[in-house]
Design a protein around this ligand. Sequence first.
Ligand code: DGL
Length: 274
Amino acid sequence: MDSNYSIGVFDSGVGGLTVFEEIVNALPQYNFIYLGDNARVPYGTRSFDTVYQYTLEGVTKLHELGCRLIIIACNTASAKALRTIQQNDFLKFEQPFKVLGVIRPTTEEIGGLTKTNKVGILATSGTVNSQSYVIELNKLHPQVQVFQEACPMWVPLIENNDFNNEGGLYFIKKNIQNLLSQSPDIDTIILGCTHYPLIMDIIKQNIPSHIKVVSQGNIVASSLKDYLIRHTEIETILQKEGKRLFLTTEDPNLFDEKAKLFVKNQINSQIIEI
Ligand code: DGL
């Protein structure tokens, strides 16, 4: 049996690196290929069809490059494309593979964290409008009431390193207040966008300390670890040389520069067309 396959991690840009870092820390032995579609970021304000099409192209490229397990490390793409790819597109691929998202593992975890059963979601417009968190939480934890706030400015502010000034802070505070004003009993807030952990300190400064702020990276990483234990048919075909390859659809220098905001080690990415 071939065992030369990698784990693919797909995101609209650099945000997925917050998830990637945690996954790699938890599973350092595997080979990883990270693909950021920086040429077409942001996905969060785009239509369902566009996000689905872009995500399918990214997943197809990672599959071509030898990934047989692909994590869509982007909430917007997980919300808008994952199910359609799983249901409609798998049959088109000759080599079977698995695609997992970030919303399901996050919602699985949340039921055990809230005491008041009132959970807030901060996410992109695409994720909020898809209702994916509401649907998944209703399925898994029907007792939990979900409150959402779309933060369309946050990704551009973070991508441009423009969040820690008067203009940036205005939007961050406004969105948090909008969320909190929906219920005084929210005790848990999910950062439902891979970019948001980057401004965790600012978010926490604007949220009462009794409210838990949950980012996804470690949740997704431990869920993936568990998945590989349960799915030995995939685990055994994955190559374990600890290699990392970073690909971007835009200027690699820009990717490497932006990546510094997200990861500790210097990244040397390569450009790829998808
Ligand atoms: N990474 C995306 C997410 O987690 C946000 C970035 C974008 O809008 O493309 O939703």
